[in-house]
Write a protein that binds this ligand. Structure first.
Ligand SMILES: C[S@@+](CC[C@H](N)C(=O)[O-])C[C@H]1O[C@@H](n2cnc3c(N)ncnc32)[C@H](O)[C@@H]1O
Length: 224
């Protein structure tokens, strides 16, 4: 994944996938590569997408927020970053080989959330949910966040983390066009619009004076 500040937006051509949302400017969810996401993620990437300090910050964030019990890892891969695996962690992602390799997952589902944002789980079936360095690829995020709210138990937290790297061809235009502070506001807005969460909280989880990847977290609890 590349650092966002290095992406020259003027040189990119965005294509509409018809996913405008009235709360966001027209074209906000357009992408350079509107092709099938499962084709883009067809080959496994057994890599880490953020540096060691940022990965450590993800695990520490989950611990600090008490993310344990039955947990959904949305947009999951071969690594889920928990310091200690929750009692039952279920992954949803696009690459079967990556999910199969993930030793913290008790189960997994392959599903393209941009093709179908409905989660294949019953109401109130998880204690918490997480989504790490992936929210920028969702073209129907409000529907996905509402679905996460549906499958969470009351007071369950949804923790969204991200840094300043991405696959630019697959990230939405609105994400590419702004900075870390803008990304925090975008995710807060997804929570608000989903209508099933308390007010979101955000925090920079890495040392602001460090030179590595900044790891931001935005989270909210499912309303009772
Ligand atoms: C940058 S990787 C991050 C993976 C993992 N969460 C981590 O922390 O390393 C992006 C992940 O999002 C998943 N993903 C991307 N687009 C998706 C989509 N449309 N539906 C479901 N998962 C998707 C991919 O399978 C990929 O594993």
């Amino acid at each position: 994944m590349v650092k966002l500040g290095t992406v020259d937006l003027a040189g990119l051509e965005f294509v509409s996938e018809g996913d405008d949302h009235p709360a966001f400017p027209a074209g906000f969810f357009d992408r350079v590569d509107p092709g099938r996401d499962d084709a883009f993620y067809d080959s496994p990437r057994f890599v880490t997408h953020i540096d060691g300090a940022a990965i450590e910050a993800v695990g520490r964030t989950y611990d600090d927020l008490g993310i344990r019990g039955e947990v959904l890892d949305l947009m999951s891969s071969w690594i889920s970053h928990f310091r200690e695996a929750p009692q039952r962690l279920v992954g949803l992602g696009l690459n079967e080989a990556e999910l199969r390799r993930n030793r913290q997952l008790a189960g997994w589902v392959v599903q393209d959330l941009n093709a179908d944002p409905r989660l294949p789980f019953g109401d109130a079936s998880f204690d918490h949910a997480v989504c790490c360095v992936s929210v920028d690829y969702l073209v129907r995020p409000v529907e996905v966040f509402a679905e996460v709210g549906r499958v969470l138990r009351p007071r369950g937290r949804f923790v969204v983390t991200f840094a300043d790297r991405c696959f630019p061809s697959k990230a939405i235009r609105g994400w590419l066009a702004t900075d870390d502070a803008g990304h925090v506001e975008i995710v807060r807005e997804y929570f608000r619009l989903a209508g099933l969460f308390d007010a979101a909280v955000s925090s920079l989880r890495t040392d602001p004076s460090a030179v590595g990847d900044p790891l931001h977290a935005v989270w909210a609890a499912r309303t009772p």
